[in-house]
Design a protein. Structure first.
Lengths: 110, 117
């Protein structure tokens, strides 16, 4: 069973600062199957990054994803007020087919 | 642009069956997506429930498989979720979503379902 561990649990930063979020997977996976989401209170999640590094439609270029194997990273280069939210990483397993989510990182205003 | 809207009872009795429908607009349901359900207990993280393709093929979360049924209604352009033998642990916001490129690109707004007598 694949487990995704996100760190830190909470990130306290100021607007304009850089945010670095981590997602560690218990076994090496293809970057094709790794995605990141943003969720604001009372809203559905929104896809930010798929295939570890591809921005979804309409996502600003201050969001970038990278990584391979067991370690993946989401970077927000300069935090805007609307970026304070919870972020989840996600893996798609193929045997059997199954989506698994990390526990989330909350990015809060310092 | 695909749009999704969940609907169904907001309150279900323990041991009963939770039933939700997701209405799809902007794209016919017999298209390239896997149609997916995800849930989120209050204050907690996301949990994938399962997915269904236009062929009727399904994939379910192993721990829920014995209680989950998903179906497609092409005539109404919607898909559905049934979860049987519910308990308080099944209380959650239930989202429908589209799956492509191994990620969930479009989401409904979510429907809160509470299991309580």
């Amino acid at each position: 069973e694949i487990v995704l561990t996100q760190s830190p649990g909470t990130l306290s930063l100021s607007p304009g600062e850089r945010a670095t979020l981590f997602c560690r997977v218990t076994q090496s996976v293809s970057s094709t199957y790794l995605a990141w989401y943003q969720q604001k209170p009372g809203q559905a999640p929104r896809l930010l990054i798929y295939g570890a590094s591809n921005r979804a439609t309409g996502i600003p270029d201050r969001f970038s994803g990278s990584g391979s194997g067991t370690d993946f990273t989401l970077i927000i280069s300069r935090l805007e007020p609307e970026d304070f939210a919870v972020y989840y990483c996600q893996h798609y397993g193929t045997s059997p087919p199954e989506f698994t989510f990390g526990g989330g990182t909350k990015v809060e205003i310092k | 642009q695909v749009q999704l809207q969940e609907s169904g009872p907001g309150l279900v009795n323990p041991s009963g069956t939770l039933s939700l429908t997701c209405a799809v607009s902007g794209d016919p349901i017999d298209t390239k997506y896997w149609w997916t359900w995800v849930r989120q207990p209050p204050g907690k993280g996301l949990e994938w429930i399962g997915e269904i393709y236009l062929s009727g093929n399904t994939n379910y979360k192993p721990s829920l498989k014995s209680r989950v049924t998903m179906s497609l209604d092409k005539s109404k352009n919607q898909f559905s979720l049934k979860l049987s033998s519910v308990t308080a642990a099944d209380t959650a916001v239930y989202y429908c979503a589209t799956s492509t490129y191994y990620s969930l690109h479009h989401w409904g707004q979510g429907a809160l379902v509470t299991v309580s007598s």
